[in-house]
Design a protein around this ligand. Structure first.
Ligand code: SF4
Length: 288
């Protein structure tokens, strides 16, 4: 099968830096990773294999048993950091600088009196970290979530992995429903996410199906898949090569390949090799 790789895909600098910090840390058994370092099962396996304790995002509590706590690439509110430090923990911070930037912008505008709207998923750990230091805020994921807000000054930022087209719609809806108010819009989509989404847009007209490699709970991976689905292509999301099924590709000649920002190069290469080698019969019999 012919496989076309997206021009930009896979691990971003934020995830690479976070991973390299934990892989080089001394005494991993003395540290707890406070949530999923990144949303990718293969990466998490490597971290656990080094001896770190880990906490699921929903189970995060300052009462961890280790003296050191690793803040994940998705970031954490200052309030939660202070609580951890007050309980005697030493923090190792792997927050991506592009996530820290959103925190800073949201806090500054909040201090200046703006009501802050975060475009993103309210159950996502990155968004929880951003709004964790705010008192007057709203989180909107869809145009239906947008309300008339109780402030004449509104600032809009977004989760770093928001699709640009969705952000445009949300901003238009916020502006329309809050006409006459001062509204500041700061596009905080991160560059690597934008590049990967643009690369998929370029790829879609050239392929008959799309394979997306990445964690099931990775927001940016889901968004890449959503672009393919919106274009009407069959889309298959896998975390590793062994999840591929020849039957998915019956009758297809050309498949596109992309990967989320927390996917290891090795995993992408394994999926690519498996797809290239996969023999998919054009008659009713799938040979492999
Ligand atoms: S996806 Fe963007 S914001 Fe998230 S870690 Fe990567 S570079 Fe940073």
């Amino acid at each position: 099968m012919k496989v076309i790789r997206a021009q930009a895909m896979g691990m971003c600098f934020g995830v690479k830096d976070a991973l390299s910090t934990v892989m080089m840390m001394d005494y991993p058994e003395r540290a707890t990773v406070y949530g999923q370092l990144v949303h990718n099962g293969e990466v998490l396996k490597r971290i656990k294999a080094r001896g770190f304790s880990t906490l699921e995002e929903s189970d995060r509590t300052p009462a961890v048993s280790t003296p050191n706590v690793v803040i994940t690439a998705h970031g954490l509110s200052d309030k939660e950091r202070r609580t951890l430090e007050a309980s005697g923990k030493t923090l190792i911070d792997t927050t991506c600088p592009l996530v820290s930037r959103v925190h800073q912008i949201a806090r500054d505008l909040h201090e200046k009196g703006y009501f802050v709207i975060v475009a993103g998923r309210k159950d996502h750990v990155e968004v929880q970290g951003i709004v964790g230091d705010l008192e007057r805020f709203a989180v909107v994921a869809r145009p239906e979530d947008v309300l008339v807000y109780p402030s004449d000054r509104i600032a809009v930022v977004c989760q770093t992995t928001t699709p640009p087209a969705l952000l445009d719609v949300l901003f238009e809806t916020i502006s329309r429903k809050n006409a006459g108010k001062e509204i500041r819009f700061i596009d905080t989509i991160c560059g690597p996410t934008r590049k990967r989404q643009e690369a998929v847009e370029d790829l879609l007209p050239k392929v008959q199906a799309l394979v997306v490699v990445g964690g099931k709970n990775s927001n940016n991976t889901r968004q890449l898949r959503a672009l393919g689905e919106k274009a009407g292509l069959p889309c298959f999301q896998v975390e590793r090569a062994s999840e591929l099924r020849p039957g998915w590709f019956y009758g297809l000649d050309t498949v596109g390949l992309t990967a989320g920002t927390s996917t290891l190069d090795q995993t992408i290469d394994e999926v690519y090799a498996a797809l290239v080698e996969m023999e998919v019969s054009c008659d009713a019999t799938i040979r492999k």
